[in-house]
Design a protein around this ligand. Structure first.
Ligand code: FES
Ligand SMILES: [Fe+2]
Length: 456
C-alpha cells in the first residue's frame, strides 16, 4: 500500500494506548485489513507447525501465513523449508493434503511438477510449448525467506529485516517455556488439528488470550458452576476454591499480567501442582506426578502455572494446563479460521497423551464447554460493529493504566495485576506501530519509547 493511502488511514489516532481507547474501525475496515496482511502477516514471525508434524525427509504440513497458503516441508538434509503453495504457472495450489509425505508436488491444473525443495522439475510438453526453453530455474515455488525453530515450534517470516526470532519473542519465550520445556525431551503435538471459523476479526481472539482473565468470571460462569464444585482432584481452581468457596484472587499467592512487544500472558500463582479445573483427573494427576521435574527445569512459578492465557503476537495463542495451542488465521476483517492443536510433554506416556487430547477437546475444542462461550462474544461484537452509530464509540481499554511495573522476583517483562488491560494496550500499540512504520528500526524504537513511558 502506498504511503499516501497509509497516511490517510490515520492509524496512530485509531489506537490511543496512553489513555486506553480503541477506534472500532480497526476491526472492520477492509483497507486496514489489507495493510495488516502486508505489514503484520508479511513481516512478523508466524507459527507454522511443530517439528513433531514433520519428522522425516519429505514430510510436509500445510498451513497459512496470513492468507497465504504455505507448505512446510522437511528436506533430505534435515533442514526445513516453507514454500508458498502456489503454482508459478497460473497460481493453482500444488498441495492439497493437510499433511503427508511426498517426493514431489504436481500441480493438478496442467501438471507442472516441483521437488520438495520447491524447484520446478518438470513441465508437460515442455519442448512443444516452450521451444526456446523454459526458465525452469526461475519458476520454482516461492520460498519463505526465513524459518527458525524455538524448542520444537517452527516459525516462518517473509521479511529479512525482522529481528531474529528470539529478539522478536522477547520475554514471551520465558512464558512459553512453561508449555514447551516442562520435561526432558520437550513437547509434542498429539492428534490432529481442530479447524473452525468464527465470524469475527482475528484481533478479538488474539487480544483476549493475551490480556483478558476478566471475562472468565462472567463469560464462563456456567462452566465454572458445573466444574467449580468438583472435589476429586483440584481443590483450587481457576476461579475459586471448591472447599472454601473463596475466589482464586483471594486465595492465590499472587497474580500477574505480562504485556510487551505485542505479546501477553496472565495467570494466578496457585500453590498446588494440579490446580486447574479445566482439565480432567488423569491430566491433573500427571501434573502432580511430574511437578518436581518441571520445578527443577523451570522453577516453582512456572511449574505451578497450570492455568492462564497467552498470545505471542500476532496470532499464536495457548493455554497452560488444558494444553491447547492455536493459530488465529485471518480471513478478512470479519472472519477468523481457528486451528487448535493439543500440545503435551513428549516424555508423557501414551495413555496420558490421549487423556490430554480428550481434556483439551472437552474444554477448548470447537464444541468445548469453554470455547463456545468465547466465540459467542466475539461474533456478537463484530455484528454490533456493523452499525454506523456503534462504530462511533471507542472501546475502553484502560484497566490498570499507570500501574505497570517490572517485578523484582525474576519474572520478566512489563507486568500488572491480572485484572488489567496492559497486554491489550501493548498489543494494539505494537499493531499500530507495525502498520505505520516501514522500517523495523522505527517499529522497535516506537515500542521502546512506549515501554519507557510505562516503566521508565
Ligand atoms: S496452474 Fe499449475 S500447471 Fe498450470
Ligand atoms: Fe475464555
Amino acid at each position: 500500500m502506498n504511503n499516501n493511502r497509509i497516511n490517510a488511514l490515520n492509524i496512530d489516532h485509531l489506537v490511543d494506548a496512553k489513555h486506553g481507547r480503541i477506534t472500532p474501525s480497526i476491526y472492520t475496515d477492509p483497507e486496514i485489513y489489507e495493510l495488516e496482511l502486508e505489514r503484520i502477516f508479511g513481516r512478523c514471525w508466524l507459527f507454522l507447525c511443530h517439528e513433531s508434524h514433520i519428522p522425516k525427509a519429505g514430510d510436509f504440513f500445510n498451513t497459512y501465513m496470513g492468507e497465504d497458503p504455505i507448505i512446510v516441508i522437511r528436506q533430505k538434509d534435515g533442514s526445513i523449508k516453507a514454500l508458498l503453495n502456489q503454482c508459478r504457472h497460473r497460481s493453482m495450489r500444488v498441495s492439497y493434503a493437510d499433511c503427508g509425505n511426498t517426493r514431489a508436488f504436481t500441480c493438478p491444473y496442467h501438471g507442472w511438477s516441483y521437488g520438495i525443495d520447491g524447484a520446478l522439475k518438470d513441465i508437460p510438453l515442455e519442448e512443444i510449448i516452450y521451444p526456446h526453453g523454459a526458465c525452469k530455474d526461475k519458476w520454482g515455488l516461492v520460498e519463505v525467506a526465513r524459518v527458525e525453530i524455538y524448542k520444537g515450534l517452527i516459525f516462518g517470516c517473509w521479511d529479512e529485516n525482522t529481528p531474529d526470532l528470539l529478539n522478536y519473542m522477547g520475554d514471551i519465550a520465558w512464558y512459553l517455556d512453561g508449555v514447551l520445556d516442562r520435561r526432558e525431551g520437550g513437547s509434542e503435538i498429539v492428534g490432529g488439528v481442530h479447524k473452525w471459523e468464527i465470524d469475527c476479526n482475528w484481533k478479538f481472539a488474539a487480544e483476549q488470550f493475551a490480556s483478558d482473565q476478566y471475562h472468565v468470571l462472567v463469560s464462563h460462569a456456567s462452566a465454572v458452576q458445573v466444574l467449580g464444585g468438583k472435589q476429586d482432584d483440584a481443590s483450587t481452581n481457576q476461579l475459586g476454591d471448591a472447599q472454601t468457596a473463596r475466589p482464586v484472587w483471594e486465595t492465590a499467592k499472587d497474580n500477574l499480567q505480562y504485556g510487551q512487544q505485542g505479546h501477553g500472558s496472565g495467570f494466578f500463582f496457585t500453590e498446588k501442582p494440579d490446580a486447574n479445573f479445566w482439565v480432567d483427573g488423569e491430566v491433573a494427576n500427571y501434573f502432580r506426578e511430574t511437578y518436581e521435574e518441571a520445578k527443577n527445569r523451570l522453577g516453582e512459578v512456572r511449574a505451578l502455572r497450570l492455568a492462564g492465557h497467552n498470545t505471542m503476537f500476532p496470532t499464536l495463542s495457548w493455554l497452560n494446563g488444558t494444553a491447547t495451542i492455536r493459530i488465529w488465521h485471518p480471513r478478512g476483517p470479519n472472519k477468523t479460521e481457528v486451528w487448535a492443536f493439543c500440545i503435551t510433554d513428549k516424555a508423557a506416556p501414551a495413555h496420558i497423551k490421549e487423556a490430554f487430547e480428550r481434556s483439551a477437546s472437552r474444554a477448548f475444542g470447537p464444541a468445548g464447554f469453554a470455547e463456545a462461550d468465547d466465540g459467542e462474544n466475539w461474533i456478537e461484537i463484530q455484528k454490533v460493529l456493523r452499525g454506523y452509530k456503534a462504530r462511533q464509540n471507542k472501546l475502553i481499554v484502560e484497566m490498570g493504566i499507570g500501574r505497570e511495573k517490572r517485578r523484582e522476583d525474576g519474572i520478566p517483562g512489563i507486568t500488572n495485576h491480572i485484572f488489567s488491560e496492559t497486554a491489550a494496550r501493548a498489543m494494539y500499540r505494537r499493531w499500530a506501530d507495525l502498520l505505520i512504520h516501514e522500517d523495523w528500526n522505527d517499529v522497535e524504537n516506537a515500542t521502546a519509547q512506549y515501554e519507557k513511558e510505562l516503566v521508565g
